[in-house]
Design a protein around this ligand. Structure first.
Ligand code: KIV
Ligand code: ZN
Length: 509
């Protein structure tokens, strides 16, 4: 019989904790909506007690999402649990996820607590959380380096106290599939109550075994897998959701498991996260990498032409790679644009449609053909816009190999035009310095990348700018244009606007 496996997504909590992957409030909401659309069972929205910004985003996600359970992480501390509940109580299906470390090394050096005190605290806090919420997940941090006998005893006790899901994380990505399988079996043998609840696995990828370990956990009886889009997360990351879901689907013949995930939404989720964080996946990344469905060698191409199954174990369409070949151009109207968005799977509001169409018209004026990837770039950029404290009015750049580059830039703030001139080491440097002068802040350029969205001389340039403010926080901005200097200016201004937006939300990025 096929078992349904719950997918618990922690992109917005464990994933967001990793360097370069931070998101602002709007971006988190956008990501959460996409996770709901792809039918994730549980969305871990954040760690409400960790900062006012995290509290606000967990609350907003809890108030917005209707189809998925919304969880907040909390240490086994009353104040954390209070905050978690305060943030998620408006959710259609709330969950409190509380955790404490259980390995000898963590208990001694991090917690400075005896195992008996850890057990007592865990029981007390599960009971405390249960007063608020019926759905309680308990995690034993660093479980795979904990004593299995201690875990059986602890799990039996916290289940009696009210835990409905028990998570056995491989926090440091240390275990192997065979070992993890045997470890879970052993814990279950001495904790009969584990048959009554959901067992969850949460594997980090330090040895590149996260997905394999998660699947071993499922074979050992786990009914929930914790994972992130693109595998983002602490250090080497968490198990990648797209790999888990497609492995369960493609090898359902031997794994006998299924998920509720709409696999056709996988690419869109991956692309959205990449656009929000600016963190790209490697080209050969399983499922969502640029080359994952590309067949370069002549022998492979020949085989594919005769029968796709010669080298294809799953179809590109099954993960949402578009096969629609209709290309739009400057004569395409709103109707064609709307129908293209529908084909690409975007469900946008009228206001979003208008904004995207206006941007499309500008691009189509400069570019002969507007491809699906151009449209996806336009849409995902529009989707995560923040209020524009500054807008670009105009710019003039002089540059050459015998002169120093100079940029004159005019931005508008509160209906006031502000113009500054700066010289720099090349046109982009000059432009960024002029914007910095206008904004009047000490900003450090952390990263700058420019790529073309599609091939060809008139390709759309996609610029990524990461700036660090005086507070040390990093903000990523993106800009699109067929003119690479314009794309770069837009990206810098977008990063500045995100910084200002985060400040108004009382939120670090
Ligand atoms: O890796 C880990 O142990 C965690 C827990 C908080 C679940 O992220
Ligand atoms: Zn983790």
């Amino acid at each position: 019989m096929t078992r349904m496996i719950k997918i618990f997504d922690t992109t917005l909590r464990d994933g967001e904790q990793s360097p370069g992957c931070s998101m602002n409030l709007r971006e988190k909401i956008e990501m959460a909506k996409q996770l709901e659309k792809m039918r994730v069972d549980i969305i871990e929205a954040g760690f409400a007690a960790s900062s006012p910004g995290d509290f606000a985003s967990v609350k907003m996600i809890a108030d917005t999402i209707k189809e998925s359970v919304v969880a907040s992480l909390a240490r086994t501390i009353e104040a954390d649990i209070d905050q978690a509940w305060e943030a998620i109580k408006g959710a259609a299906s709330p969950r409190i996820h509380t955790f404490i470390a259980t390995s000898p090394i963590h208990m001694q050096y991090k917690l400075n607590m005896e195992p008996s005190a850890v057990k007592e605290r865990a029981i007390a806090m599960v009971k405390y959380a249960k007063k608020y919420c019926s759905d309680i997940e308990f995690s034993a941090e660093d479980a795979t380096r904990s004593e299995p006998e201690f875990l059986s005893d602890l799990f039996e006790a916290v289940i009696k106290a009210g835990a409905t899901t028990i998570n056995i994380p491989d926090t440091v990505g240390y275990t192997t599939p065979e070992e993890y399988y045997a470890f879970i079996e052993k814990i279950k043998k001495n904790a009969p109550s584990m048959d009554l609840i959901d067992i969850s696995v949460h594997c980090h990828d330090d040895l590149g075994l996260g997905v394999a370990n998660s699947l071993a956990g499922v074979r050992a009886g786990a009914s929930q897998i914790e994972c992130t889009i693109n595998g983002i997360g602490e250090r080497a990351g968490n198990s990648a959701m797209e790999e888990i879901v497609m492995a369960l689907y493609t090898r359902r013949d031997i794994l006998n498991c299924d998920t509720r995930i709409i696999t056709q939404e996988i690419m869109r989720s991956s692309n959205l996260l990449t656009r929000i964080t600016g963190v790209k996946v490697q080209p050969n990344k399983a499922i969502v990498g640029e080359n994952a469905f590309a067949h370069e060698s002549g022998i492979h191409q020949h085989g594919m032409m005769k029968n796709k199954e010669t080298y294809e174990i799953m179809t590109p369409e099954s993960v949402g790679l578009s096969t629609n070949t209709m290309v739009l151009g400057k004569h395409s109207g709103k109707h064609a644009f709307r129908s293209k968005l529908k084909d690409l799977g975007y469900d946008v509001t009228e206001a979003e449609m208008e904004a995207a169409f206006a941007k499309f018209k500008i691009v189509a004026d400069k570019k002969k053909q507007v491809y699906d990837r151009d449209i996806e770039a336009i849409i995902s950029k529009e989707a995560v816009q923040v209020p524009k404290a500054y807008t670009t009015e105009r710019f003039v750049i002089t540059s050459g190999n015998t002169i120093t580059s100079t940029a004159t830039i005019m931005l508008v703030k509160d209906e006031k035009r502000i113009e500054k001139v700066a010289r720099g080491d090349g046109p982009i440097d000059a432009a960024f310095k002029a914007i910095e002068k206008i904004v009047g802040r000490d900003l450090t350029l952390e990263d700058y990348k420019l790529e073309s969205v599609t091939e060809g001389q008139d390709a759309l340039g996609d610029a990524l700018v990461k700036i660090k403010g005086a507070d040390g926080k990093v903000y990523a901005g993106r800009g699109l244009s067929t003119d690479v200097i314009e794309a770069s200016i837009y990206a810098y201004v977008n990063a500045v606007n995100k910084m200002i937006y985060a400040e108004t939300q009382g939120q670090g990025n």
